[in-house]
Design a protein around this ligand. Structure first.
Ligand SMILES: [Zn+2]
Length: 99
């Protein structure tokens, strides 16, 4: 008998590292002009994953990898919104404890 559980794994679209799904942030395509952060991980639609780090977030969004993977063309507003929302994720995970 094994006590190991199956942990779902996903690949970060920016750095290509395979990580546990819950360590990554899912982005989901809402329309071909709009992508949103899926914090529940359960939204329907084409999705992709990024590490909650400034490096991956910027590489994924600014290099167009997200758009390529999701076959979407983000509006500048949408892209900016995602970058800002991403910052809240990795700032939380870095500064963590205090609130
Ligand atoms: Zn990454």
């Amino acid at each position: 008998m094994s006590i190991r559980k199956h942990i779902p794994q996903r690949t970060c679209v920016a750095c290509r590292q395979v990580k546990a799904k819950r360590e990554l942030i899912r982005l989901v395509r809402i329309t071909d002009r709009r992508v949103e952060i899926d914090s529940s991980g359960k939204k329907a639609g084409r999705g992709t994953y990024l590490c909650p780090t400034p490096e991956c977030w910027e590489a994924g969004l600014k290099s167009g990898r997200i758009e390529y993977t999701l076959r979407a063309t983000l509006t500048p507003e949408n892209q900016e919104q995602l970058i800002k929302q991403g910052e809240t994720f990795y700032k939380e995970s870095i500064s963590g404890q205090s609130k």
